[in-house]
Design a protein. Structure first.
Length: 290
């Protein structure tokens, strides 16, 4: 690896990304790697800078930030020969966690890229937008809606408070889930479609998901009480919730989700209201891994 373009989101992790980016860039230069620094003032500008770098034939494109910035990089790197690297700097860092990329040591994350080992991974694609981790809908997307509208507190605490507020108005939504080989109609609290296993900083909502099988994993949590949902939530961090009654799982190459008054999020970014068509895209991008 002789040169990289590093795209930084200064807003990721409430400034953490900027600090981590600087440490990673210092490590790149220390080890003789030329660095082009890119920093967009908005998501659109970041996307434009990434596109320009790929079009110019950059050797590698590095995202220094959270899953939202990585999502922007995926949109331009997918289907090209340009590999992507991750310097984690967000709140969740779920794609980095999936592949064992150091989340608290930016110099070590830079070393992963410098060593040059890459893996072709699948991506999900929903409504024309690629995603690396999980598409969320239902209770979890309403929590994200609420958390995004809050200015305080910062970090994970904001999501915990938003979750408690949504629990107070917990309700099921009638879903129609169209899979490759069946149609499921169910009243559900949430439906998650995973390319990888986790979202929200390590919640293993789709514990069986893999990025090398050309398939999506779907977790459906059916109707339950507030008390039972609160009891279920800690099990999501272990992935054992899928063994509980009212939780069903499916695997499919394509998924069409339909439900009223429900927003879809993927990689923590809003995609819009359901219905939405989702597909697994095999070997869509190359990622630097340890």
């Amino acid at each position: 690896m002789s040169s990289v373009a590093v795209l930084t989101n200064p807003m990721s992790g409430h400034g953490k990304a900027t600090t981590n980016s600087a440490k990673a860039i210092a490590r790149f230069r220390e080890r003789g790697v030329a660095v082009t620094e890119l920093a967009g003032k908005s998501a659109a500008e970041s996307l434009a800078l990434a596109r320009e770098s790929v079009a110019a034939g950059v050797e590698a494109l590095v995202a220094a930030g959270g899953d939202g910035l990585i999502s922007a990089v995926l949109q331009v790197a997918a289907g090209t020969e340009v590999p992507i690297g991750i310097i984690p700097g967000g709140t969740g860092n779920d794609l980095a966690r999936e592949f064992g990329i150091p989340v608290d040591d930016p110099a070590a994350a830079a070393d992963v890229i410098i060593e040059g080992k890459t893996k072709a991974i699948d991506l999900g694609r929903a409504g024309g937008t690629y995603f690396g981790t999980v598409l969320a809908s239902g209770f979890d997307s309403r929590v994200t809606d609420r958390a995004n509208s809050m200015s305080w507190p910062k970090g994970k605490s904001r999501y915990n408070i938003a979750m408690l507020a949504e629990l107070a108005t917990l309700r099921t939504v009638p879903y129609r889930i169209e899979l490759d080989d069946q149609v499921v109609e169910v009243d559900a609290i949430l439906v998650a479609v995973g390319n990888t296993r986790s979202y929200g900083g390590g919640m293993l909502v789709v514990p069986g998901a893999r990025t090398d099988d050309g398939m999506l994993d779907v977790t459906v949590i059916g109707g339950t009480s507030r008390f039972n949902l609160v009891r279920l939530m800690p099990t999501v961090y272990k992935g054992t919730h899928v063994d509980i009654d009212n939780v069903d799982t499916y695997r499919s190459r394509t998924v069409r989700l339909s439900a009223p008054d429900t927003t879809a999020y993927a990689d923590g970014e809003p995609l819009g209201a359901l219905p939405i068509d989702i597909e697994a895209v095999r070997d869509a991008v190359r990622l630097f891994i340890p």
